[in-house]
Design a protein around this ligand. Sequence first.
Ligand SMILES: NC(=O)C1=CN([C@@H]2O[C@H](COP(=O)(O)OP(=O)(O)OC[C@H]3O[C@@H](n4cnc5c(N)ncnc54)[C@H](O)[C@@H]3O)[C@@H](O)[C@H]2O)C=CC1
Ligand SMILES: O=C([O-])CC(=O)C(=O)O
Length: 276
Amino acid sequence: MSLGHVAIIGYGAIAQDLVGILSGAGEGAPTCISLLVRQERVSQTHEAVRSLYASASVLQITSDVDDILGAAPDVVAECAGHEAVGKLAPAVLAGGVDLVVSSVGALADEAVMFEIQSAARGSGAQCLVPAGAIGGIDALAAARLSGLQSVSYTGRKPPSAWAGTPAETLIDLSALTEESVFFAGSARDAAQSYPKNANVAATVALAGTGMDETQVRLIADPSINENVHEITVASDASDFSMRFVAKPSKRNPKTSRSTVYSIARAVLNRGAALVI
Ligand SMILES: NC(=O)C1=CN([C@@H]2O[C@H](COP(=O)(O)OP(=O)(O)OC[C@H]3O[C@@H](n4cnc5c(N)ncnc54)[C@H](O)[C@@H]3O)[C@@H](O)[C@H]2O)C=CC1
Ligand SMILES: O=C([O-])CC(=O)C(=O)O
């Protein structure tokens, strides 16, 4: 058993790290990797990949999802954004190819969720949601089978990680001297209002009590340099709290460095005889 062709949508912070991790995975490495990038980034991505992976097996770089599907990848990993999920995920799944999603918050849009599930049911392919920046999703999804009483998620990041988000209109990020809870509400609202920062809220919601019942707080905290993710769960099987202190990605401070390893694990497990 081995991993064949892996296609990746996007070539930003997570995708660039993912290509490096997959290429360096030794015996578990895929035989080839394809990249789907925006049309205007095709030649720039060719240059970047050629200089980094001169001898590696990047099969093709394209902006056309049909090129990717035509090459029959074993799995596609989306590392691009909510818009890309809405636009491309149904086509990938309808083409019978399993999809690992990073931009999980896109599933907070009921129309996108419906299209994805319809496409997957129609072809038999699966949309796979990895834990991403957080952990404990296995425990939460298992506890759900016992009955859940409550699930809450708190995302805490340095003020600079909230730049370019609606938090800027709610608080003065540059003047904060102590933590500020600028959002308290449902996972659905969090994921849709903070598409680059609250995908984890959607993941927790999908594993637990759903987009509308999962309570989310988002915090800008000038006293930290890391992205801190906390979940608190009450269930019939167990009650637990978990706290993850993630270093920010070197390429994108909004993104926890832990995320790509979770995506890579989901991809590499596709070719593993023992899956953990
Ligand atoms: N599930 C989780 O726990 C986490 C999810 N994320 C999400 O993962 C996604 C990727 O994150 P990063 O790599 O840090 O973001 P990034 O902004 O560094 O990279 C995204 C890349 O995707 C490209 N892109 C956007 N739309 C595209 C399309 N339609 N087709 C092809 N390429 C497209 C952009 O040009 C950009 O290069 C984001 O949506 C982010 O919010 C990030 C952290 C944690
Ligand atoms: O990586 C993180 O810290 C979490 C994140 O951005 C998200 O959930 O979208």
